[in-house]
Design a protein around this ligand. Structure first.
Ligand SMILES: *[C@@H]1O[C@H](CO)[C@@H](O)[C@H](O)[C@H]1NC(C)=O
Length: 261
């Protein structure tokens, strides 16, 4: 009974995370305004194609139109979520991007569960870390040097996973830091990115975890770029639930409450 209750609470906590539909950030390129009706129409067509094609496999690209009115679009969901969650994130993203960037021909929006982008220039396969969004846990880790080492090793391991053929640029994993502290990590590149550029993007993103960066010595961090994103926490935040041991669930439950209060 106690176990069931814990699992239920934990599932709720995870669900709460994944249901949060607030976007984490957007980029509207003010140097690139929409100058004609056809571009506007093509953006709408690209968005509806992405919304149709994306959720079933978590990734889609589309391009519609001719000449300088041609619009390129990309949608990607986080590699661990279901088509259903991907679909709901996609529909939030397609709606909100038009509200947030109504006049821009280069627009991007990030959620925890998905990323959506369109542009009148072809950006497919190009490494882009020009604009970034950073979130970090304000709490500092104890033993920062040992933490940085463990975290670095975990990130190397999951970066290697992400660039393995067949893994679609996605990697996740965990490492035990202390008896009741586990570090969880997730990395993901957009699927249009070649392997080498993916590794480069992840390396740039992960460098924010140390070296005096935003997330140096912090207990958790999320970095979002246009070509990749990385995240680590000391509580479970990705699926599947079967990935976690009962002790981890128990420990993470305690962590949630500590963080909330
Ligand atoms: C974390 O460490 C930094 C740098 O030593 C310090 O400025 C900051 O106040 C600490 N934050 C907390 C929440 O203790």
């Amino acid at each position: 009974m106690a176990k069931l209750l814990l699992c239920t609470l934990f599932t709720l906590a995870l669900l709460q995370l994944s249901l949060g539909s607030d976007h984490t950030g957007e980029f509207c390129n003010s140097n690139k305004k929409i100058s004609d009706k056809s571009t506007m129409t093509n953006i709408g067509l690209v968005l509806s194609e992405l919304e149709t094609k994306g959720p079933s496999n978590g990734f889609a690209t589309a391009s519609i139109g001719q000449g300088k009115e041609r619009v390129y679009g990309l949608l990607q969901c986080r590699g661990d979520i279901s088509p259903k969650d991907c679909s709901s994130c996609t529909s939030d993203a397609t709606k909100q991007i038009r509200q947030l960037c109504p006049d821009e021909a280069d627009a991007r929006i990030w959620f925890d569960n998905c990323f959506l982008r369109y542009d009148t220039d072809d950006f497919m396969g190009e490494l882009d870390t020009g604009y970034g969004i950073f979130y970090w846990n304000v709490q500092n880790v104890t033993e920062p040097e040992r933490f940085a080492k463990e975290l670095g090793d975990l990130m190397d391991k999951i970066t290697a996973k992400a660039v393995e053929p067949g893994n679609k640029g996605f990697g996740s994993g965990k490492t035990k830091f202390a008896p009741f502290v586990t570090i969880y990590g997730l990395v993901q590149c957009t699927q249009d990115l070649p392997k080498l550029q993916c590794a480069q993007c992840l390396s740039i993103a992960i460098s924010n975890f140390g070296g005096g960066g935003y997330c140096d010595g912090k207990k958790g961090c999320r970095v979002f770029y246009s070509s990749c994103s990385v995240r680590f926490e000391i509580y479970p935040f990705f699926l599947p639930l079967s990935f976690y041991t009962r002790d981890e669930v128990h420990a993470s439950h305690a962590v949630y409450h500590k963080l909330r209060n």
